[in-house]
Design a protein around this ligand. Sequence first.
Ligand code: GLN
Ligand code: ZN
Length: 758
Amino acid sequence: MTISSHAGYPRIGADREWKKSLEAFWAGKIDEAAFLQQQQEIRLNHLRKQQAKGIDLIPINDFSHYDHILDTAVMFGIVPKRFGYEGGAVPLPVYFGIARGTKDAAASEMTKWFNTNYHYIVPELGGAEPVLAENRPLQAYREAKEKLGIEGKPVIVGPLTFLKLSKGYAAAETDEWLHRLIPLYVQVLQELAAEGVQWVQIDEPVVVTKLSEQDVERLGTIYKTFAEAVPSLHIMLQTYFESIENYRDIVSLPVKGIGLDLAHGQEGNLASIRKYGFPANKVLGAGVIDGRSIWRADLNEKLALLDELRKTVTDDHLIIQSSCSLLHVPVSAERETKLAAELKGALAFADEKLDEIALLTKAVSQGADAVHNELNAAAEALRVLRSSAARNRRDVQEAVAVIAAQEPNRNKPFAERHAVQQAEWKLPLFPTTTIGSFPQTAEVRKARQLWRKGEWDNEQYEAFIHNEIDTWVKLQQEIGIDVLVHGEFERTDMVEFFGEKLEGFAFTQNGWVQSYGSRCVKPPVIYGDVAFAEAMTVAETVYAQSQTDRPVKGMLTGPITIMNWSFVRDDISREQVAYQLAYALRQEVEALEKAGIGMIQVDEPAVREGLPLKEAEQAGYLAWAVKAFKIATSTVQDSTQIHTHMCYCEFHDMIDSIEAMDADVISIETSRSHGELIHSFEQNTYKLGIGLGVYDIHSPRVPGVEEMSGMIDRALRVLDPQLFWINPDCGLKTRGREETVASLRNMVEAAQIARNKY
Ligand code: GLN
Ligand code: ZN
């Protein structure tokens, strides 16, 4: 019999009750007992829901109070020394201390979970010897069984993935660490087997990345040890986010099941199955329902895919599941009451995906006729959206086709533009500027709310915004900054702001997903062809410019960042969506220029987030990402200075692409990853204008002049002084006013010192 399962359920709850419970606990509004009670209720509710939807094999231990990687670390007593942990089950205050910091100890680092927008807490190895502090999967299994009679599938992060994501050890110590961890895993698995657990899902997403020969050997060691220690336990080795490299090695590991991503990884994985088959003694976890898309699946297509798989895999060796954990999609589309019917009908969030999985399973076991009506309904919903006016904008499609066929270059190469711009702007050596936003105080947020609720009319709100702009234009002038910004007071969020003004976007009421800890984001939905409707930033920018003689830099969010921070339609390629966005933004750039704004910054902090996991696909992505940026920015006059901004990230593998964007000036973070970034510039002389952030805006601390001077000196060892700008490393919207002014004063003083010196 074919059964249904999936790889994990969202924690946050349909009403974000999980988030609320966490925050109430952190604020001291509820005590630990009440917190644990609430968390259990949420967890059990989620299990009940999955039970009701007819999921046969329900994952457990996918729930967490914060993050599953942190859970794995504390399960093994891996707690950095500074938290004063003394063994045994890790107490909640220590657990949250690692995640969020305490008054005495800094939090552990947080970083992106593969190419998703979920962030995990990076385990720090190297402290005390790991031990099995607490068998969390076992607790979760007992709870589900006792309370709900569920025969759950404990989910555990696999040893290789856990090690690869951890820090605090040298590469040469990998095997040592593995041999410390393997016995602990064995203990967990043995206790599970003794309890009667049938299936365990062990997540090893690292196998979709390029593995070294040694890593393949390590996998062999790990899973052979497990197989020998717990022969009765069915291990589902779960992979996701892409097709697996080393297909033959992976499918011959001694485990009962292999979970494959047949959505994002469909092409590669299917090709491997076609070419090499699938071992007859193994169960295929067929991840046919895309765990990262918010769209309904084309179920007929999925059934055809399953039919193909069934030629290789017998029905009793087939589990129909999601391609990855449903953590990456919102909980339930049912509660969206304000979306257009054509859009709402085509959405499938986590709960709807469970329905799809159950439906496909039924179709496989009873024949497609048994679910005939549901299949038709799904096909019809997709047809309606596909044929909607929003997805068939000929004006957009034709214009974008013409533009995409051209090479979007500026009129002149940078060196020539640079001369024209120097003559035009007459900026001093080491011009100073900021990244765009100024403090979004409680007052600013309040004003926006009042206006949104209709309690303030447009004039009132505009007057308020103008007043903020006035204040900050004066401040910037007085501090002595060379290139000013208006401050972005009218924006809640750099993507939402543009999404609300462009056509082709929709906003959900409840489409939240967990980003890190209790922090959730509600990405806009790009569901139609994207089109420019009217100027979005011209009024505020022109107003700011009217208040000063110094240049005011216009401020836009770039096409790739808007796309990577949204849910994107999947009926056309992301490349096409990016070009549509770029074309719309080009019209805004042109409108700004026409209105007399001669410096325009197009932020692209999220370019790297979209980088495909597969090395072979990275160059292609970067090429069209660069092209999209250039489509948006290349039609301006030589004297118009295009800026861009990217936040911190590992640029070493991207410098060529950044250069290819051909922005006259780029500002990037260096204060936190200083050494590395400077190092990459040593090997690759960057030939365009560049501002390396001279101070970290993520902390309220006011950096001293000397500290920033040191930063500038170090950067100038590898960068051309004629092309160097001085700026903070990101926008200042999260900072307070006093500290911002004090920091910027010091920054301008450091620039002055540098001018005298070079
Ligand atoms: N212009 C934006 C700001 O200053 C850039 C934010 C970002 O890089 N994430 O807020
Ligand atoms: Zn930034």
